[in-house]
Design a protein around this ligand. Structure first.
Ligand SMILES: Cc1cc2nc3c(=O)[nH]c(=O)nc-3n(C[C@H](O)[C@H](O)[C@H](O)COP(=O)(O)OP(=O)(O)OC[C@H]3O[C@@H](n4cnc5c(N)ncnc54)[C@H](O)[C@@H]3O)c2cc1C
Length: 456
C-alpha cells in the first residue's frame, strides 16, 4: 500500500516533491517534543494546487496527513503518529502583498515569522506576535498553534492578527474565510475557529494578517530581586497600576544561571528572580513608563534596576531570554518545557506552587515565562538513562497542570495540546465541551485523516 501511495503521489506531483527513503522519512519523524514516529511518505508542497492534489489522494485512500512547518512545536503536533503523509509546507514561503492602506499582509504559510516581521518593519509597520522561536517558526505553524510570545501581554497572540485564511479541507476543497476587513460579523467566524486547530481541521495555504503602525520608541529595563515572590509580586503591581509593558518576562535563579553559562546576556547570577521589561509608545510615554516601573519595582524590593542604554544592550538582554531553551538543554539531555497559565493576579501563587513541586520531588524546575500573561514555563530537565528521574517526569507534569487548573488557569498558553497534553484535556474541558469540539472535527474531517491522534 505504501509503494502504491508513493507511486501515485510521484505521478501526480512529480517525483522531486516526494520523499520515501528511510533516511528522509526519519528526518520527519520527530519535532521538538520527545515523541517520534515515521511517516510513510513526505510531500514538499510548492503551491496551493500541490496541497489540493495531496489532500484529494489522502481523502480517497483515507490516509493520515500531517502538515508541517519548521517542526519547532513542543507538544508532538507534527509527529505522524499513525504514519501516512507528512506535508512539508516550508517551500510555500512567499510574502504576497503588504497592503499599507488596509494595514494587512498576505502571505503563504511557510514564511518564517522573523522574515515577515522584518519585511513589514521596512515599511514602517508592525506585526507583534513574537514566539521566541521566531527565527525558525513559520506563520502557518504560528496560526495552527495560536502562538504567542513576550509581546502578548500588550499586543495579544497570533489569533488577534489573523483576518483571513485560505484553507484546504480534508476533501481537497478550497475554503476562503475572512478577508482584509477588520469588521465582519456575517455568520460563524470560521477563520477564528481554524486558528489554534493544530492541523486537525485543514491546511492553510494563504494567510491574511492585520498590522499596526510601528511604535515610535521602545526601551528595555531589567530588574533584579533577592526573592522570587517579590519578582512575581512586581508583575501584578505593574499591571495594577495600569501600565501594560510591551514585554514582561520573569526568570528564576536557575534559569538566570544557565542562560549566563550559555551566553553573556548581562544577567546578575546572584539574583533570585529577574524581570525583563520592554515598554514602547511615543518618546515621552516611554520615559514616563520607565520611571513608574522603576519606582514600583523598588517598592517591591528590587535591589538592582538597569535600563539598557543602547539597542545592542537591549538586544543582548532579549537574546538571553530567547536562548533559554537552548541554555537548559546544556544542563540535562532532555528538557520538557511545560506551559501552564494562571490568571495574572494568581501568578505569585502559581510560581510558588511550581517551587513546592520542585521541592517535593527534589528536582530543579528552571522556570521562566511570559509573566504579564500569567503564562509560565517550568522546565522538566532529566536524563533518560536515569530511571528514577524519568519515572517522576509524568508525575511532576500532572502536578503542574493540576495547580494551574485549580487556580483557574489553562493546561497550555501557547505550546498546544498535540500528544503531550491530550490526557489532560478533560481536566480543563467539560464532557459537553469535548463533545462540541468532536462534532466540529467530524464536520471538517469525517474520516479523521487530518493530524489524527492529536488533542482529542
Ligand atoms: C526555542 C523555542 C522557543 C519557543 N518559544 C515559543 C513562544 O515563545 N511562544 C510560542 O507560542 N511557542 C514557542 N515555541 C513553540 C513553537 O515554535 C511554536 O508553536 C510555533 O508556532 C511552531 O511553528 P512551526 O512552523 O515550527 O510549526 P510546526 O511545529 O511545524 O507545526 C505546528 C502545528 O501547526 C500545524 N501546521 C503547520 N503548518 C500548517 C499549515 N500550513 N496549515 C495547517 N496546520 C499547519 C502542524 O500540523 C502542527 O499541528 C518555541 C519553540 C522553540 C523550539
Amino acid at each position: 500500500m505504501q509503494r502504491d501511495l508513493v507511486k501515485e503521489l510521484e505521478k501526480t506531483l512529480g517525483a522531486e516533491k516526494v520523499l520515501s527513503r528511510t533516511e528522509d522519512l526519519s528526518c520527519y519523524s520527530y519535532d521538538v517534543s520527545t515523541y517520534q514516529h515515521l511517516p510513510d511518505v513526505v510531500v514538499t508542497a510548492h503551491c496551493r494546487d500541490d496541497v489540493v492534489k495531496v489532500m484529494e489522494i489522502a481523502a480517497r485512500r483515507k490516509v493520515p496527513i500531517v502538515s508541517r512547518g519548521s517542526a519547532t512545536n513542543m507538544c508532538g503536533a507534527t509527529i505522524p503518529l499513525h504514519g501516512g503523509i507528512v506535508l512539508d509546507i516550508l517551500s510555500m514561503n512567499r510574502i504576497l502583498e503588504i497592503d499599507r492602506e488596509n494595514l494587512t499582509v498576505t502571505c503563504q504559510p511557510g514564511v518564517i515569522t522573523l522574515d515577515l516581521q522584518t519585511a513589514v518593519e521596512a515599511e514602517g509597520l508592525f506585526y507583534p506576535p513574537d514566539p521566541q522561536s521566531l527565527n525558525m517558526s513559520t506563520i502557518g505553524g504560528n496560526v495552527a498553534l495560536d502562538s504567542g510570545g513576550p509581546r502578548a501581554v500588550k499586543y495579544g497572540v497570533t489569533r488577534n492578527y489573523v483576518l483571513g485564511l485560505e484553507t484546504i479541507l480534508a476533501n481537497g476543497k478550497v475554503l476562503r474565510s475572512g478577508g482584509t476587513t477588520t469588521k465582519d460579523v456575517s455568520g460563524y467566524n470560521l477563520t477564528q475557529l481554524l486558528v489554534g486547530s493544530e492541523g486537525t481541521l485543514g491546511v492553510f495555504t494563504e494567510i491574511i494578517l492585520r498590522l499596526l503602525p510601528l511604535p515610535e520608541a521602545k526601551r528595555t529595563l531589567i530588574c533584579a530581586f533577592d526573592d522570587l515572590a517579590d519578582t512575581s509580586r512586581t508583575v501584578t503591581k505593574i499591571i495594577d497600576h495600569k501600565i501594560v509593558p510591551s514585554m514582561l518576562e520573569l526568570l528564576d535563579k536557575i534559569s538566570i544561571e544557565l542562560i549566563q553559562r550559555y551566553m553573556d546576556a548581562g544577567y546578575p547570577t546572584d539574583a533570585e528572580g529577574l524581570l525583563l521589561i520592554e515598554v514602547d509608545g511615543s518618546l515621552s510615554d516611554v520615559d514616563q513608563q520607565i520611571d513608574t516601573i522603576s519606582k514600583l519595582s523598588r517598592e517591591c524590593n528590587a535591589r538592582d534596576i538597569r535600563i539598557a542604554s543602547t539597542p545592542a544592550e537591549a538586544e543582548a538582554i532579549w537574546a538571553g531570554r530567547r536562548s533559554a531553551f537552548a541554555a537548559l538543554s546544556a544542563y540535562k539531555p532532555v528538557v520538557v518545557p511545560e506551559d501552564a497559565v494562571a490568571p495574572r493576579n494568581r501568578l505569585p501563587e502559581m510560581v510558588a506552587r511550581v517551587q513546592s513541586i520542585a521541592e517535593e520531588y527534589g528536582v530543579l524546575l528552571p522556570t521562566f515565562g511570559h509573566a504579564g500573561d500569567g503564562n509560565v514555563h517550568p522546565n522538566i530537565c532529566f536524563d533518560p538513562r536515569n530511571e528514577v528521574e524519568t519515572a517522576t517526569v509524568p508525575l511532576i507534569k500532572d502536578k503542574i497542570y493540576q495547580a494551574a487548573i485549580s487556580l483557574g488557569g489553562s493546561i497550555t498558553g501557547e505550546h498546544g495540546v498535540g500528544i503531550a497534553k491530550k490526557h489532560l484535556f478533560g481536566l480543563q474541558h467539560s464532557e459537553l465541551a469535548l463533545q462540541m469540539m468532536q462534532g466540529i472535527k467530524t464536520v471538517f474531517d469525517p474520516h479523521n485523516i487530518l493530524n489524527p491522534g492529536k488533542a482529542f
